[in-house]
Design a protein around this ligand. Structure first.
Ligand SMILES: *[C@@H]1O[C@H](CO)[C@@H](O)[C@H](O)[C@H]1NC(C)=O
Ligand SMILES: *[C@@H]1O[C@H](CO)[C@@H](O)[C@H](O)[C@H]1NC(C)=O
Ligand SMILES: *[C@@H]1O[C@H](CO)[C@@H](O)[C@H](O)[C@H]1NC(C)=O
Ligand SMILES: *[C@@H]1O[C@H](CO)[C@@H](O)[C@H](O)[C@H]1NC(C)=O
Length: 392
């Protein structure tokens, strides 16, 4: 082979290996290469979304990198399906929403949809909702009422969301729907106790979710499960300020799916308006919730530590006195201790239409200055162990 022939062969080899690397190497896309400024003022939403599209379409396991810094984004879409597993690495990155509600034309700020095997690692998502909570609902939005949820997950499966912080959401912080078999680990949720409608996590219509080590301070329910929630475990998590942990409200809409298999374990509530509760609307549509268990829970100055409320009717927007048709079966409250901020530490108010079945109360120790009491209606709880107060 002459010198030129040799160079040609080597060049071909090089091209071949470069092609091999290009096709086999996992896609890593940095949002900065797609034009994200990270100056905290420019709308980086389009750049982040376009970097996601490239990573999602690239060779798996792919990565979207949001480097440390402060980004402003009006909306961001993380929509699949992707080629395979994908990770969003956002450690040290803060993404801020514009504070003005009028800029939003949809009810979601950051949208995750139709992704399998997603990992979201780190990131602070700041909804800047302070002005929205003060405004009369929808006053500055003519067409419709688009109050964005910070993070909305829809059809996300086999995924892990970890070390993520949600701040000052305008509406719910995190809403999870139709998303099976996921884990949330080390989530921080933070908004003031007087912020409006800022539920920490609202979850519905899914099978398999574990929430471990969530630290939640907010102005509404810390974690609540709506219809169709199945096989979920919440553990080592805290709530306060907030409206507590629980299931409901159920029965508002026709054809709600049953709630089944909800386990809260090793959680602590501090200064909340409710501790652990199950609520359903009176005059409701039929529904069912079974296998709801609360165990090893600490209450610090909680207003209604243990509450089953089947006449849940905030602002009198329903027909009180007409029984709920949501049937509660196999419910337990075990090893719940600490202090109540009101006299009635345990209230189990079931529906006169469909009384609760198989409710167990065990090893409760809830104290109140002046003596705590318990109340039960339409339920005959099985009482186990020593309980303070004495269970009705
Ligand atoms: C959640 O935890 C339970 C009990 O530890 C376990 O059986 C289940 O597989 C876990 N689910 C997920 C989605 O990790
Ligand atoms: C839950 O708390 C109980 C009592 O404090 C403790 O014995 C148990 O190890 C804890 N479980 C987990 C999984 O941390
Ligand atoms: C309640 O639990 C019992 C015993 O574990 C079980 O046999 C029954 O099917 C459960 N009821 C419902 C409605 O899930
Ligand atoms: C309940 O808790 C109080 C305060 O911690 C404690 O003094 C009391 O012994 C406990 N009672 C039971 C039955 O565990």
């Amino acid at each position: 082979m002459d010198k030129h022939g040799y160079i040609r062969v080597m060049a071909l080899y090089c091209l071949f290996f470069m092609a091999l690397i290009a096709t086999n190497h996992a896609a890593v896309v940095n949002v900065k290469t797609k034009g994200a400024k990270g100056d905290g003022a420019t709308d980086d939403g389009p750049a982040i979304t376009s970097a996601w599209k490239e990573a999602c379409a690239g060779a798996p396991p792919s990565q979207l990198v949001i480097p440390p810094g402060t980004y402003m984004a009006l909306v961001v879409d993380f929509i699949g399906p992707c080629k395979g597993p994908i990770e969003i690495v956002a450690r040290g990155a803060t993404i801020k929403a514009p504070p003005e509600l009028a800029k939003f034309t949809r009810d979601t700020w950051i949208k995750f949809m139709s992704v399998d095997k997603l990992t979201l690692s780190g990131g602070t998502f700041d909804g800047q909702g302070q002005a929205t909570w003060k405004a009369t609902k929808c006053q500055d939005s003519q067409s419709s009422c688009n109050i964005p949820v910070n993070l909305r997950l829809n059809k996300i499966t086999n995924s892990v969301i970890r070390d993520v912080t949600s701040l000052n959401s305008k509406n719910f912080h995190i809403a999870v729907l139709a998303s099976d078999n996921n884990r949330f680990e080390n989530i921080v949720i933070d908004a003031p106790g007087n912020s409006v409608n800022t539920d920490g996590m609202h979850i519905a219509k899914l099978n398999g979710l574990n929430v471990t080590n969530a630290r939640i301070k907010t102005g509404d329910d810390c974690i609540s499960f709506g219809d169709g929630s199945k096989n979920v475990h919440v553990q080592q998590s805290t709530c306060g300020p907030g409206h507590g942990f629980g299931v409901g409200s159920l029965g508002k809409y026709p054809n709600e799916e049953a709630v089944q298999g909800i386990f809260f374990r090793n959680c602590t509530l501090t200064g909340t308006t409710n501790g652990v509760r199950i609520k359903s609307w009176p005059a409701s549509y039929p529904g069912a919730a079974t296998d709801i268990h609360f165990e090893d829970i600490i209450m610090n100055g909680v207003q209604n530590p243990i509450l089953v409320d089947q006449e849940y009717c905030p602002n009198n927007q329903c027909k009180k006195g007409v029984p709920s048709k949501v049937k509660l079966t196999n419910v337990s409250f075990r090893k719940i201790r600490g202090t109540s901020a009101t006299k009635v530490a345990v209230k189990i108010a079931c529906s006169p239409g469909v009384p609760c079945e198989n409710v167990e109360v065990a090893d409760i120790n809830l104290t109140f200055n002046g003596g705590a009491t318990s109340e039960c209606s339409n339920a005959k709880p099985k009482v186990v162990g020593q309980n303070v107060p004495k269970i009705c």
